[in-house]
Design a protein around this ligand. Structure first.
Ligand code: SF4
Length: 355
C-alpha cells in the first residue's frame, strides 16, 4: 500500500480587494489537479521553476494549507482538511524540512531547545529524556552534542541544515517533506546533506518528498521524479528514465540547463533554451499551460489541456518527445529543421522557445 496518495489536489488562493468588504476579485491557481503517490521508503523528487506550485503542494500535503479540492491520504487514511486536533497524530508522521537554514532557525534560541521543540509540543518524554534524545539526534546528523547550548549563528550553513534535519527527525516521522533543503548551500555542502539524507533513509526507512528547482539535485536522491509546471504535473517517471529520455518539452528544457558528462547529450540539450518567464498563475494560459513557451506547440495545445497519460512514464503533452511521437523522434531540432512536418511557426509568440 502507498504511504501517501494525492488525488486531484487543487489549491487556489483568493485575491481580495477593498479594505472593508474584501471582495474576491480573482484566484491564484497555485496547484490545479495534481495526483501522485509515494510508496514506503521511496523518494519522489518534485521539480519545477519558482512559482510552479511545488511548495504549495507540499504544504497542502502536510496540512499547513487547506486544500480547495481533491484528496490527500496518508497510510490509507483521508487527511484532507482535517482540523488541527484531528491532524495532530499525523503531524508526528509527516515532518517538513525547510529551505533556508538561516531563516528557519530562531537566532535567539539555543539549538538544543530548537531540536527539542517537536518533542515539547507533542509532550514526548520528560525533560531529561528530551535532553538525551537531542544529544542522540545531534550525533546522528553529524553535530557535536556538546554544542547544544550554542546559538544558530555559531554554526555554518551546512551545520544549520543538519540542525533542521535533527528537528525533522525528532518525532521519528515516516514521511519527510524536504522543501529545497540544499538550494541555499554550496555545492560541496549540498552533497554532504544529500548523503546524510540518503543514509538516514537507509537506516530508518524514511520516505521523502524532495522538492527542488534543479533536476541534477533530485536525480541522485530520487527513485521517481515529477516535473511540475504552473500548478500541474507535466511528467512523472523513474529518475533515470526521465533523465535519459524526457518526453515532455519542459522536462527537456530543464535538463538542458543541467550539466551532463556525455558531450553528445550535452550538444543536443544545449539547443533547447526556454525563453520568457513562467506565466502568472492568476491567469494561466488556456489548454496546455506550457504552450506560450513550448518549441513544439501547435494550435491544439492552446485549446485542449493534455491529460497526464502513461503507465510508468506519464506525460501531459499532445506531441511528446520520443520515437512514437506524432512529430517523429527528432522533432524539434530547431526553427529551420528539415524534420519539421510543415512550415508552421510554433504556436508560441513568433516561435518563442527557440534560440
Ligand atoms: Fe504543451 Fe503542446 Fe508543448 Fe506538449 S507540445 S508541452 S501539449 S504546448
Amino acid at each position: 500500500m502507498n504511504l501517501l496518495e494525492v488525488d486531484g489536489l487543487v489549491k487556489h488562493f483568493p485575491i481580495r480587494e477593498g479594505a472593508v468588504l474584501r471582495r474576491t476579485v480573482g484566484q491564484v491557481h497555485a496547484v490545479d489537479g495534481v495526483s501522485l503517490t509515494l510508496a514506503p521508503g521511496e523518494t519522489l523528487g518534485l521539480v519545477g521553476e519558482a512559482g510552479c506550485g511545488k511548495s504549495t503542494l507540499a504544504r497542502c500535503i502536510a496540512g499547513l494549507h487547506p486544500v480547495t479540492a481533491g484528496k490527500v491520504s496518508f497510510d490509507g487514511q483521508d487527511i484532507t482538511n482535517l482540523s488541527r486536533s484531528a491532524m495532530r497524530p499525523f503531524r508526528r508522521d509527516i515532518q517538513v524540512m525547510f529551505q533556508d537554514p538561516y531563516g528557519s532557525l530562531n537566532p535567539r534560541r539555543r539549538v538544543g531547545s530548537i531540536i527539542a521543540d517537536p518533542l515539547v509540543i507533542h509532550g514526548v518524554g520528560t525533560p531529561g529524556e528530551r535532553r538525551r534524545a537531542v544529544s542522540e539526534l545531534m550525533e546522528r546528523v553529524g553535530l557535536d552534542p556538546g554544542h547544544h547550548n550554542r546559538f544558530p549563528a555559531e554554526f555554518s550553513g551546512g551545520q544549520r541544515q543538519r540542525i533542521g534535519v535533527a528537528r525533522a527527525l525528532a518525532l521519528k516521522p515516516r514521511l519527510i517533506i524536504c522543501d529545497e533543503p540544499v538550494s541555499a548551500l554550496d555545492v560541496s555542502i549540498q552533497a554532504q546533506i544529500l548523503n546524510l539524507l540518503k543514509d538516514l533513509q537507509n537506516d530508518l526507512g524514511l520516505t521523502y518528498l524532495f522538492i527542488a528547482h534543479d533536476l541534477s539535485v533530485v536525480r541522485h536522491v530520487s527513485d521517481r521524479i515529477a516535473v511540475m509546471y504552473l500548478g500541474r504535473v507535466a511528467e512523472l517517471a523513474r529518475a533515470d528514465e526521465l533523465y535519459e529520455h524526457p518526453r515532455h518539452p519542459y522536462s527537456d528544457a530543464l535538463l538542458a540547463a543541467t550539466a551532463v558528462a556525455d558531450p553528445d547529450v550535452a550538444d543536443r540539450r544545449a539547443r533547447v533554451v526556454l525563453t520568457g518567464d513562467v506565466p502568472s498563475p492568476v491567469d494561466p494560459p488556456s489548454g496546455c499551460r506550457f504552450h506560450p513557451r513550448c518549441p513544439r506547440a501547435r494550435e491544439v495545445c492552446a485549446i485542449r489541456q493534455p491529460a497526464l497519460e502513461g503507465t510508468t512514464h506519464l506525460t501531459a503533452c499532445h506531441f511528446p518527445i520520443g520515437p512514437d511521437s506524432p512529430m517523429g523522434p527528432d522533432f524539434p531540432i530547431g526553427p529551420d529543421s528539415p524534420t519539421r512536418p510543415d512550415d508552421e511557426r510554433p504556436y508560441g509568440e513568433g516561435g518563442a522557445g527557440w534560440r
